[in-house]
Ligand binder design. Structure first.
Ligand SMILES: Cc1cc2nc3c(=O)[nH]c(=O)nc-3n(C[C@H](O)[C@H](O)[C@H](O)COP(=O)(O)OP(=O)(O)OC[C@H]3O[C@@H](n4cnc5c(N)ncnc54)[C@H](O)[C@@H]3O)c2cc1C
Length: 455
């Protein structure tokens, strides 16, 4: 037997290497049911250390898996057996905030909430706010192009990354993007990295755009009638072109009931719910926005009195609890993430219920209604055959309706076999070509995103 490549790992770069069972177990999981068995967890200190790590990995043909908080949901950060996890959660400094120019430069391990805290002091905020915002990192958001309730108004992470520094799988350091207001220097390479799930490069610094913090952020919880006309509601909210409306979320009756039963959460019980976020400079303007939106809702048959929630951030934290609440109530399940054009939402909901009926499993649905982005949670063993059938049927329906197999969570290993159904063979070839150039030895997060090569 030859020498263990891990023997010289610690000497190959500056930084820590952990190989104890607890560290390996922690780094082996993400928010999915999958479990990986890495052989080490490396914590580089500087960009040169990441370069050295990549060189070491190329020499030893060992996989590297970049990791932020490990909250992704489709195996994006689950390491293959024998790989080395590159833990970037310690790179958690907000390096520079420029409120005048509306950007901030951060380490990839900065947690979304910490960035919001730092920006708040400067009267700014970072718009993407996934339900995991109290734990997940900006590097992870770049990895999955994460979004959240505020994407209704502000768009996903991709719209807010102005620049980044990454170490490619070749060991080269690239800086992409610019702080200039505009630029015409060929195709933009920056968006290639956003959503690439750590398969093209390891991101070591990010410059994000920021937005001025509104004076008032008000949450509204609106009870909906049973079987609400979701397509009409979403369409009317979008058509209202209300600049003070920043989020349009939906919880079905089962999800709303489960949240309402939770201690410390005061939610209306029994009805499906629409959650809205309004932004304004002062309370009186928020009142006007609220009045206009109530008129829009009445026009689509939603007349119930809304409940006000004065701390919108808390509203999203409580709404983010839905995952934990469903964990407690139902245990194992698959948490899906499809997104369709708004006019197709009711057809999608119908198909989700039909799939659940056919498979005889409960389903709970919540999501970012204003963007047609829904998270059906099917209560089924995620590793069993029914889960596979449900996934295949759901993705086929979403694509048939003109939608996508992932609105925001990413592809990871669970959806990789379905990627070609959405992109087609030409785009998959292009994507593989990009991968080969950035990571010729295939050391960066193998098994994720790209569909398995045909034999
Ligand atoms: C309760 C809960 C709620 C959620 N709600 C939402 C939601 O509303 N919207 C949404 O979009 N997602 C949501 N998610 C999914 C997840 O939180 C997001 O995808 C988030 O962006 C992942 O961040 P992370 O720091 O945990 O990244 P990780 O899971 O550590 O990594 C995610 C991917 O990015 C790569 N990566 C991480 N850091 C780097 C880096 N520095 N360089 C290169 N690649 C890197 C990893 O290799 C991996 O492929 C939710 C998850 C949970 C558990």
């Amino acid at each position: 037997m030859g020498p263990d490549p891990l023997d010289d790992l610690a000497a190959a770069f500056r930084g820590g290497v952990a190989r104890d069972p607890e560290a390996l177990a922690r780094a082996g999981r993400d928010g999915s049911h999958l479990v990986g068995q890495p052989s080490a967890v490396a914590t580089p200190r500087e960009v040169d250390d990441v370069v050295a790590l990549v060189r070491w990995a190329r020499r030893h043909r060992t996989a590297l898996v970049a990791r932020g908080a490990g909250t992704s949901l489709d195996g994006e950060s689950v390491p293959p057996a024998g790989s080395v996890v590159v833990d970037l959660s310690g790179w958690n400094s907000v390096l520079e905030v420029r409120a005048d120019e509306r950007w901030a430069r951060v380490g990839p391990g900065v947690v979304n909430r910490s960035l919001q805290d730092a920006l708040e002091k400067e009267g700014q905020f970072f718009p993407p706010n996934p339900g995991s915002w109290t734990a997940s990192t900006i590097g992870g958001h770049v990895g999955t192009n994460a979004s959240g309730p505020r994407s209704f108004k502000y768009g996903p992470t991709r719209a807010w990354v102005r620049g980044l520094r990454a170490v490619l799988g070749t060991g080269e350091v690239v800086r992409l993007g610019s702080r200039a207001a505009k630029r015409s220097v060929g195709p933009d390479l920056l968006p290639l990295i956003v959503g690439s799930e750590g398969t093209l490069g390891i991101v070591t610094e990010i410059t994000v755009g920021t937005a001025p913090l509104p004076g008032v952020r008000r949450g509204l919880i609106v009870p909906l009638p049973a079987d609400p006309p979701l397509g009409r509601i979403a369409g009317a909210m979008r058509a209202a072109r209300e600049p003070g409306l920043s989020a349009v979320e939906y919880l079905d009756a089962a999800c709303a009931r489960d949240l309402a039963e939770r201690r410390g959460v005061r939610w209306p019980d029994g009805a499906p719910l629409l959650l809205l976020e309004l932004e304004a400079e002062e309370a009186a303007s928020a009142d006007l926005v609220e009045e206009r939106l109530r008129g829009v809702l009445r026009s689509v048959g939603v007349a119930a009195e809304p409940h006000r929630h004065d701390d919108a951030d808390r509203l999203w934290t409580e709404r983010g609890e839905s995952s934990r609440v469903l964990d407690e109530r139902y245990g194992e399940r698959i948490r899906e993430d499809v997104c369709v054009p708004l006019p197709a939402i009711d057809s999608l909901i119908g198909a989700i219920n039909e799939i659940a009926r056919r498979e005889r499993v409960p389903v709970v649905v919540f999501g970012h209604l204003g963007e047609g982005s829904l998270h059906p949670n099917f209560v089924v063993d995620p590793a069993g055959p029914a889960a596979g059938r449900i996934r295949a049927a759901l993705y086929a329906v979403s694509l048939r309706l003109g939608g996508t197999i992932s609105g925001e969570h990413g592809i990871g290993s669970l959806k990789a076999p379905y990627l070609a159904d959405e992109l087609g063979p030409g785009a998959v070839r292009l994507l593989r070509a990009v991968k080969r150039v950035c990571d010729p030895d295939g050391i960066l997060n193998p098994g994720k995103l790209y569909p398995p090569e045909p034999p």
